[in-house]
Structures are given as C-alpha cells and as structure tokens.
Design a protein around this ligand. Structure first.
Ligand code: PRX
Length: 645
C-alpha cells in the first residue's frame, strides 16, 4: 500500500463537475439516505417515453431487483435520435482507428443513426422480433456497435461474444441463450495477425446450433470465406436493400437489453443479463461523473467491446451522453510500442481509459515511445480490470499524464454494469493502487467469513454491496437459481462480489482480488474450472488443477498442474496437445503459461484438491505451504516441490 497522496490540480478542479470532497460527501450522503429521490432525479438525464411508476423495488434474499418499473424508453433512441433531433446530427459520435495506422474513419451521430435504422430493418427482415436473441461475434469494427444499437432499437437482446473465443465457446454461448441470428465478419485483423478466421469459427460453431436461422457476414478483409446458400448473407448486400427508416420499439425499463457471458467458479459461463432503463441511467451518469466528461471532449476507452467495459464505456454510456468516442481495432504494440500514444496524439484524445496490464507491457519498453508523441491534450486517465500497482500507477501519472492528469482507478464487474468504487477526478485525493471511495448510491461493506459486517477502518474482508444500484444485472439468463445462489446466498442480504478488499485508515478501498476460483489474466476473466475442463479433454490427461501465479505483465499467469493417464509419459507432444485443446475449447487467452506434470494432485481424504498448496508452489513460496497433514497422501508434496517450473 502506498501512503502517497495526489490531489487534483486547481486547474483540473476548477472546471470539474465535482471539485471538492465536501460536495462529494454531501451528494453521497444524500444518495444513501434517500436513494429513490436521488435516482429519480438522476434518471431524468435520459429520455423516457413514459415516466416510471416506482423508482426501485428489491429483495436481495429472493434476488429480485427492479428499477424504474412502469417507465418506457428505447436505448438506441437515447444514444442516437435524441442527439440528432436536438440538432447535433453533424457531431462526431465515433472515431474508428483501424489496426493499420493509415486507416481511420469517423461517424457522425446522423450517420450512425442512418446505419442503425437500416440494419434494424435488416434484422426485422430476417424475422428478428422483440425479445429474440442475436449473437455478435466480431472484432472491433464499426459494424459491432451498429449491430448492438440496432438490436436495442428493435428490442432484440444482443449477446456479444469476444472475438478471441473459440468456435466451441461460441457454440456454447449461442446454445445457452438460443440465439436466432449470428453476426460475424469474414476474417479479422489484429496486430500482426491478418487472418483471424471469424467466419470459419462461426461455421464450426453453427454446425451444432439449431436455433441459428441466419448468419450475417461483414466484409472486413475481402478474404474468400465459405458461404452457405439460404443461411448466410452479406451485411452490405442487405444494407443496400434495407428501408431507411425504422421506428424505435418502445421498451419497458426492465426489458432485457443484453446478455454478456462471464466466467464463474464452475465450468459453465454465466449469461449476465442487463435491462434497459437502469443500465442506461447508470452507465451514462457514471460516464459523465467519473470521467468528468464535458462537451467535445475526445474520449478513448481501449477495451474490447466483447467485454463489459466496451459495452458500458465505449457504446452505451458515452453515446447516451453525446460523447465523441474512439474505438480501436488493434493492439498496443502494433506496429510498435508507441501505438497508443500515437493515437492519443493523432485524435487529440482528452480522456484515456485502459487496463493496468497494457500499462505494464508498455512501461517496460521505455519512455522513448511516449516522448515521440504530443500527449498535451490528455486531461484525465483511467484504469480498470485489475489492481494497479504503484510503479505502473506512477509511470502512468508522471510519464503519460505529465503529473497533471488525475488517474481514476475504477473498480467494477460485468455483473455491476457500471463503475462502483472510484475516485471522482476533481475532488478525490488519490492513492496509487486504491480505487478509493464508493460512487454515489453505492454502499460497500466488508464481510467476515461468517457474513458479518466488519466495521471501522484498517480492516479487510469480502467485498459486498448492501443495496442495489440501477446498473446491477437482474438475473443469469435462464438460470435465476444460479443467480441467487452465486450472488445472494453466501452472505444473505448482500450482493456478494467475489472480491476481497481492505479499507484503510481514511476509509479508502483497496481491492485485493478474487476470493473464488476465478482468474484475472491480462484483465480477462477466466474460471479455473473452464481451463481445467479444456486441459482434461487433451490426449493422455487424467486430471488437472489450475491456479494463478503473479505475472509481470499479465498480472496473473495460469499455472496448470496435470496428471497423465497411467503409462503416458509427459513430452512435448502432450504439452502441445494441452495448449491446442485449451485454445480449441476456450480461446488462446486461456492457454496456461506453465504446465507442471505431477504423479498426483494434493487431495484431502474426501478427495478435495487443496489449491492453497498448489498456489504456494506456483508462487515458489515453499516455506508457507501450511498444514499438509490433512492430505490423503502427504508424500506428494515432495514431488510437487521438486517438479516446480
Ligand atoms: O476482481 C475484480 C477485477 O475484475 C473483476 C471483474 O471482471 P469483469 O467482470 O471481467 O469486469 C472487468 C471490467 C469491469 C473484479 O471482480 N477488477 C475490476 N476492476 C478492478 C479490479 N480489481 C482491482 N481494481 C480494479 N479497478
């Protein structure tokens, strides 16, 4: 923990929406004392066709949550039509920067609206109706947000599947929510990869997805791809034929907006479901306050839209606020390590939001890449996805922000829809590595193992939230029981986050990481059970256990302990087979960094794997293995220690 304190400059605070801590506390206290009045007021920031009857209704024991019930609206109307009707049609909505540095384009709000209306009609022509699920499996191309907003326009529920997921993962997700349409692209380009087989993966996946009626394919690269007559159609062909006008469907506040799959502690991914009204209110409000967004600011969030950060803070939040938002197809190190800073310079970015893993990777390449570019337009920096440590925080603050830009370390989750714990940049004194204080309306608590609230400061425990906020998910698609069990039953009466945290002497929160079997690898969330399932299918493998170990760039690396079938010898082919199987089952981002073959796994007499021991071995911390006497076969420890990688 750092005891350094960084206060916002007078220059920043003077123009900020919240410029003093007194003001923060005043609004915060009001939001907690009377949440209904507070959120009722905030909700006026978006356009409602009909006002709600009741601001909030909830029961955390039954896991029932409703916001703005009775209200009606349309998310795409709020993100597009509203701004065009107010006379801002010519304002730039989206700056798209291609993987190739010579390629970038812009879309005004009017242009986006035109495309969204047409694509909405394409979907309608394909038989998509309100409540139908549409799967989007794409790289970071403009058609992705266009397709999302088109689904929102006609009341279809989008389910975006991150473009690095394998065909098997895609199939599982399509089948879980029985999607009717799949939208993809021919092939993708990202960094040095110029032939990511998106359509080919989609074909493999849809070989066993009976619910898919059509596959819409965007021509991104022009590569020749397999085309199935009657089922597959080109995006551009249909767009040419589509009618230009499509009235937005009037949606209930609690009608689903999207499903986004995330990892939990079992192998089966969870279809987190967000609804329309509360999500839009929450993402637009947090986007404006946390990033201190002002008219004409150029805002860039480097996340992939395949994850929640992209949904909330590239598409819905910024567009509901009529922001200018940058979307980047490539990666931070292509064509070289200066790419991020070159883009900041090129598009005169004012607000920059990224992940600590990217900062670590860039920091180690030295400051030359930074110094080559003019970063003077930057006003505010942000991070998300994992704890940020002091060295990269200081580098970000000093080298990128030139010691004048506040750094907002924002803690939140797929499930929370938007940011929950964060500094407000014009007021909160920053401590490197701390997400600091709760956003308005959020009541974090620390709980002990037995679910009791731990009061006071200088304490740590499980991080939970006491009452709902408008952006919280409403269920897991098709499995409300799992929703209740996962988030509301371990500590009845609270939303259980799955993270551990401490609260320091100033009441600041420091997130220590997951307390369940979920890993955070380069900011990507992956369940150990998913990886173990993948390894288990590889040739010769009997059993696997996966743990995280500290990794310089990725934050957490994946360490797999693997036992082989009797008679099978560990060799390069077996190792390669494991990596290939994990890539096939999940995707390349889930490949283990280290594989240790072992004659057995450390199990208790009841057969439970003692992960604590594996974690210590992966961290090379042999002195602190702890009590091993409950192991069925304590002699396995020597073999595990000897076999360390
Ligand atoms: O462990 C926390 C970590 O990321 C998890 C949520 O992952 P996901 O649902 O993929 O959403 C990531 C983007 C919102 C959390 O349970 N996490 C996220 N932000 C932070 C963080 N850990 C520490 N500090 C953060 N700022």
């Amino acid at each position: 923990m750092s005891d350094k304190l960084f206060s916002p400059s007078k220059e920043f605070s003077r123009k900020a929406r919240i410029s003093q801590m007194e003001r923060y506390w005043e609004i915060y206290n009001r939001s907690i004392k009377n949440p209904e009045a507070f959120w009722g007021e905030v909700a006026k920031r978006i356009n409602w066709v009909k006002k709600w009857d009741k601001v909030r209704e909830y029961d955390f024991v039954e896991a029932k949550i409703k916001w703005f019930e009775g209200g009606t609206l349309n998310a795409s109307f709020n993100c597009l039509d509203r701004h065009v009707e107010a006379g801002f049609g010519d304002q730039i909505a989206l700056i798209w920067e291609g993987n190739d540095p010579s390629k970038s384009t812009t879309f005004t709000y009017a242009q986006l609206l035109e495309k969204v209306q047409k694509f909405s009609n394409v979907l309608k022509n394909l038989g998509v109706k309100k409540g139908d699920r549409v799967c989007l499996y794409m790289q970071m191309i403009p058609e992705l947000p266009i397709a999302m907003l088109s689904c929102a326009r006609i009341g279809a529920i989008h389910s975006v599947v991150f473009g690095a997921f394998s065909a098997d993962s895609l199939r599982e997700r399509i089948n879980d929510s029985t999607c009717k349409i799949l939208i993809t692209q021919d092939t993708g380009v990202r960094g040095i990869k110029n032939d990511i087989p998106m359509k080919a993966n989609a074909d493999k996946a849809t070989a066993k997805t009976p619910s898919i009626k059509h596959v819409v394919v965007v021509k991104r690269t022009g590569e020749i791809v397999n085309f199935e007559e009657n089922r597959d159609i080109w995006w551009h062909d249909e767009m040419e034929k589509a009618e230009p006008k499509c009235e937005p469907e009037i949606m209930g506040a609690e009608d689903p907006l999207f499903i986004l799959y995330t990892s939990g502690s079992t192998g089966k991914p969870k279809g987190v479901l967000h609804t329309t009204g509360g999500y839009l209110v929450y993402t637009s409000y947090t986007h404006e306050m946390v990033f201190d967004y002002h008219e004409n600011d150029i805002y860039w969030c480097t996340a992939d839209i395949g994850w929640i950060t992209g949904h909330s803070y590239i598409v819905y939040g910024p567009m509901a606020n009529r922001a200018v938002t940058v979307m980047f197809e490539g990666v931070p190190n292509y064509p070289d390590y200066g790419r991020f800073w070159e883009i900041v310079d090129k598009h005169k970015v004012n607000i920059f939001y990224t992940a600590p893993t990217a900062l670590r990777a860039l920091m180690k390449e030295g400051d030359d890449w930074v110094n080559r570019n003019n970063l003077s337009t930057l006003r505010l920096l942000g991070t998300v996805g994992e704890p940020i440590k002091e060295p990269e925080w200081l580098w970000y603050y000093n080298k990128i922000g030139k010691s004048k830009c506040p750094v907002v370390d924002t803690w939140w989750q797929t499930e929370t829809g938007g940011i929950l714990i964060t500094p407000l940049p014009g007021s909160t004194p920053l401590k490197p590595g701390s997400a600091t204080l709760p956003f308005f309306g959020i009541e974090p608590v620390l709980l002990s193992e037995d679910g009791k609230e731990i009061d006071g400061n200088n304490v740590s425990g499980f991080l939970a939230i006491k009452a709902p906020w408008p952006g919280i998910m409403r269920t897991l698609y098709g499995d409300h029981k799992r929703f209740r069990n996962t988030y509301f039953s371990q500590c009845p009466g609270y939303y259980f986050t799955g993270d551990g945290a401490s609260r320091d002497e100033d009441g600041y929160y420091w997130i220590t990481g997951r307390v369940d079997d979920v890993l955070n690898v380069s900011g990507h969330r992956i369940g150990t059970a998913e990886i173990e399932g993948g390894i288990g299918k590889a040739n010769g493998v009997a059993e696997a256990a996966v743990v995280a170990y500290p990794h310089d760039i990725k934050g957490q690396g994946i360490y797999a302990f693997v036992t082989l079938m009797t008679g099978v010898q560990p060799d390069e082919a077996i190792r390669r087979g494991i990596l290939e199987m994990v890539t096939k089952e999940i995707g390349p981002h889930a490949k283990p960094d280290k594989i240790q073959f072992t004659p057995a796994l450390p199990k208790t007499r009841s057969g439970k794997i003692m992960r604590r021991i594996l974690r210590k071995i992966s961290e090379n911390d042999i002195e602190h293995l702890g009590d091993t006497s409950t192991l069925a076969d304590p002699s396995i420890i020597d073999a595990l220690v000897d076999g360390r990688i």
